[in-house]
Design a protein around this ligand. Sequence first.
Ligand code: CTP
Length: 402
Amino acid sequence: MLKGKKILIGVTASIAAYKVAYLVRILKKENAEVKVVMTPSAFDFITPLTLSVLSENPVLSAFSNKEDGTWNNHVDLALWADVMVIAPASANTLSKMAHGACDNLLMAVYLSAKCQVLFAPAMDLDMYKHPATQENIEKLKSFGNEMIQPGYGELASGLIGEGRMAEPEEIAEHIKSQLTEKKLKGKKALVNAGPTYEAIDPVRFVGNHSSGKMGVAIAEELARNGAEVTLVIGPSDITTKVPGIKRVDIVSAEEMYTVCSSEFKNVDVAVMAAAVADYAPVSKADQKIKKKENEFSLSLTKTKDVLLHLGSVKTAKQVLVGFALETENEVENAKEKVKRKNADFIVLNSLNAQNKGFGADSNKVVFVDNNSSLESFESKSKKEVASDIVHKIAKILKSKSL
Ligand code: CTP
């Protein structure tokens, strides 16, 4: 998604400057064009050679080249960029930019920029907390710039607190969000993902192999498109760095049902990608069940079907998307399921396709509409499948608002 996008990175004097090498790598791997401007003091922290090799462009720092007298046109540079990122943004640079100073090339580029500018502050905790810095940050935000919240952790001073520059992957996600057309701006979305665990006793559960990857990819894509997303997720190691996602961790099908049904009334879109357990133990033993007989049977009872419930209370303006995992009569079952659960469409994925489904990074899906029409896709990455799903959601939302 960054292919051909022009990204200008401003590097200022902070120990976090070494992380910019990774940021440039990530952006170049995604085929973005990257140019770097450094403040003179940033040279103490990372060499321009490192960043010019990685970005495949000369690194600029001065207004002119002393040897041949050529001018580094700050206006051209600023207008070239689709997005500009100041990372790391030192306290000094934040202060100078908040007040319109123009004593180095990076300042001049910033003042000439018409594109969105992002700041990834990095400094010691007390410098970050100081009212002067906080006032500068607020001022820069009031100009329409985006601040990428620094993290909490160990700082170069040895102190522990807030001030660590956001990780390169997180900065890259903020850049992507800025560059994505906001098709769903002002919309609210609910996504569920992952497995549910149904307790047998304090140490055992009935569960499944869902990784949560597909649901998280959908939540991320919705957020990149400007939606305010609530992600309700069962036990899963997956984390997301995309801004605009509120994560609610749950464990059981009952909790999934409670959270999703209360959130649903506030949203325009709901995508039910979780592999909610269909059955749960009738009761949970208070103590660990001891091994006794040769055979042991467990009494299970049906869980509440979240999608079915949301379909029964859905308004005409809301879009509801379900998933179906079938191993036989796939399309016929999906056609029946989309109607029975009153979804707008169902994403049918097949376990028959090799290396697709749970845990895999790719997926081959068919969209089944509530009027039984089908759209088949080639095998794609889960991220691309998420993008197809969000594209269809945006189309349906548009038709419902006409
Ligand atoms: N689903 C749900 N709550 C459940 C079970 C399933 O919300 N208790 C949702 C899933 O999130 C998915 C859809 O229902 O979006 C279809 O799930 P699937 O397991 O394929 O179908 P089932 O409804 O369980 O039906 P069947 O067992 O007949 O295939």
